[in-house]
Write a protein that binds this ligand. Structure first.
Ligand code: XIL
Length: 338
């Protein structure tokens, strides 16, 4: 069968997906699909702070060690995700953060970046933007409250110290559509990149998570193209880091929804790949079998009466391969986009 990675390389880019070593080790068909289709992988949860440092200073890197071994054995490249993320702070670290004690944060950045020197690209800080109250558009996270806006630059500088050859990134979601919130987020992300570049923070790239949602209607091609062009002016690498699609179009039968997803993905990638600085694409999961999206189809069948067509949470079906590892229309859309 075809290989998305082969098509990506032919187009001068890379393709990959989020992975969890437990599933890869347990499921031969998933393992084989990764080898065939992916040239890169992101640990979905195996490298998060709350996962790897259950108590202060005692690290459990067995899962990520397994992913790193899988990657080196198969020649698949590694992304690092993500030392600094407000949704993966271990409970014991809340105290030190409340005391504005950076040491646990610095220790985790050092421990991860030094243990995994083969990681080529790090999402050092994940989801720093929020369209909430602040003028600078920064999320009111425990990191911001403890250390002020400078925490992003500090994390990047320490990451550079520990992994001097890796590409250092910030990674963000909610940038694709023509909604007021997405418009604000695009603007705020550009301002953050501008500030970080002005203070010469070691920012090499920006990750665009790319979680698409059919319920938002067509994504905003001209605005998104303009945003990518402005982002590229900062000389940063751009990676589409977490592509998947929430369907939310319940009224339609599965094959209609599948085609709508494929069309949305193709439209998005045609705009993204027109920007040379977009170096690669990863899906947030290669197969529907382990998608993180809200509901599985059987859950939905229980709730079907609860929502009118077009609303409610997404389906558990946002990946290029179905649960039986068969290519979906989305797979072909990605293949052709490269
Ligand atoms: C998600 C994982 O997919 C879930 O399994 C986990 O429970 C929570 O985190 N944006 C990100 C990812 O950057 O780290 C998140 O991954 C999905 C949203």
């Amino acid at each position: 069968r075809a290989s998305i990675q082969k098509a990506a390389v032919a187009g001068g880019r890379f393709f990959g997906a989020a992975a969890q070593i437990g599933y890869i080790n347990a499921e031969r068909d998933l393992y084989d699909a990764f080898i065939r289709d992916c040239g890169c992988l992101t640990p979905e949860i195996d490298l998060k702070w709350a996962t790897n440092e259950p108590s202060p200073g005692s690290f459990d890197f067995r899962a990520m060690d397994g992913l790193a071994r899988f990657a080196s054995r198969t020649g698949i490249r590694l992304r690092g995700h993500t030392p600094v993320w407000h949704r993966s702070i271990p409970p014991w670290a809340e105290g030190p953060l409340a005391d504005a004690d950076w040491r646990p944060v610095g220790r985790y950045i050092a421990a991860t970046l030094r243990r995994f020197p083969t990681v080529e690209e790090w999402d050092v800080v994940n989801e720093p933007i929020d369209t909430g109250k602040r003028m600078d558009g920064l999320r009111e996270s425990p990191f911001l409250q403890a250390f002020g806006p400078g925490y992003i630059q500090r994390a990047l500088e320490e990451a550079r110290e520990h992994a001097p050859r890796a590409r250092l990134m910030i990674n963000e979601f909610g940038l694709e559509y023509d909604t007021p919130e997405h418009r604000d987020r695009r603007y705020l992300l550009l301002k953050l990149v501008e500030r970080l570049k002005r203070v010469e923070a070691p920012l090499d790239g920006v990750g665009l998570q790319s979680h698409l949602r059919l319920g938002y209607g067509p994504f905003s091609q001209p605005q998104f193209a303009a945003f990518l062009h402005e982002l590229a002016q900062f000389g940063v690498a751009i990676t589409l880091t977490e592509l998947d699609v929430k369907e939310e179009a319940y009224a339609a039968p599965a094959e209609t929804r599948d085609q709508a997803v494929a069309d949305a993905v193709r439209a998005y990638l045609d705009v993204a790949f027109a920007e040379p600085r977009v170096g690669g694409l990863l899906c947030w999961g290669l197969s529907d079998r382990h998608s993180w999206l809200d509901l599985t189809e059987e859950d939905w069948s229980r709730h079907a009466g609860a929502w009118k067509p077009g609303e409610g949470p997404g389906f558990n079906r946002g990946a290029p391969l179905d649960a039986a590892m068969r290519p979906k229309p989305m797979y072909r859309a990605i293949l052709q986009a490269f």
